[in-house]
Design a binder for this molecule. Structure first.
Ligand code: HEC
Ligand code: HEC
Ligand code: HEC
Length: 133
């Protein structure tokens, strides 16, 4: 007769070993993505903390002011002026949509539809196979 107890212990050890990477990573978020800012400029439209938390709100505000009020100049908290445009302002500095916007959004599972209509920097068109246009 074989020893059922030993077999069970063996199975438990085996399972512990093959699932070790899973337990080891439990509770740790996967490494945040490395972002390529895409510009030599040092300052964003507003502070980094503001942009991280509120860039979507800012973009909504820009769209409304341009489309509804025909206003195109944004004056930031330090008095600097920006053209309120997604494709002519944000992507002028953030020249890689894939290595900046997308990397963060994919990591956080957000999928803005803006690029259905707005033009992304060139790189993205090639990747999407639209370079033939
Ligand atoms: C003049 C160049 C410039 C423009 C225009 C610009 N950015 Fe930035 N952006 C930067 C720089 C430089 C940083 C990094 C700032 C820092 O590290 O303090 C940054 C940081 C950010 C961050 C935070 C990134 C992180 O590391 O967490 C977000 C989000 C962002 N920008 C979104 C936008 C959006 C959306 C727009 C358009 C509304 C925009 N930016 C326009 C230069 C720019
Ligand atoms: C550091 C991370 C980070 C970067 C970089 C970043 N975003 Fe975001 N973005 C977020 C997060 C987080 C949300 C979702 C916020 C929420 O759901 O309330 C978001 C949401 C948005 C939304 C609203 C989407 C929706 O469905 O409501 C837009 C528009 C947007 N981002 C545009 C951009 C653009 C354009 C860039 C590049 C210039 C960019 N973001 C770069 C983190 C980032
Ligand atoms: C169905 C098409 C469509 C979609 C999707 C769309 N937009 Fe627009 N957007 C437009 C049009 C058309 C204008 C008007 C262009 C103008 O007057 O310069 C505009 C204007 C804007 C403007 C001001 C002008 C400029 O050059 O950027 C901003 C900012 C903007 N949209 C942001 C966004 C953001 C952020 C998203 C995603 C959350 C988005 N849009 C999604 C069609 C769209």
């Amino acid at each position: 007769m074989y020893n059922a107890g030993k077999i069970i212990i063996g199975i438990v050890i085996f399972l512990a070993l093959i699932t070790a990477p899973f337990w080891y990573n439990l509770g740790r978020p996967s490494a945040p993505p490395k972002l390529e800012i895409g510009t030599q400029e040092k300052q964003c439209v507003e502070s980094k903390a503001f942009m991280q938390a509120k860039h979507m709100v800012l973009l909504d505000q820009w769209r409304d002011e341009v489309v509804r009020d025909g206003k195109r100049i944004y004056v930031n908290s330090t008095g600097k002026q920006f053209n309120m445009s997604l494709q002519n302002t944000c992507t002028k500095c953030h020249s890689s949509k894939t290595k900046f916007c997308d990397r963060c959004h994919t990591y956080l599972n957000v999928a803005p539809n803006c690029w259905d209509c707005h033009i992304a920097p060139k790189e993205q068109e090639k990747l999407a196979g639209r370079s033939d246009k």
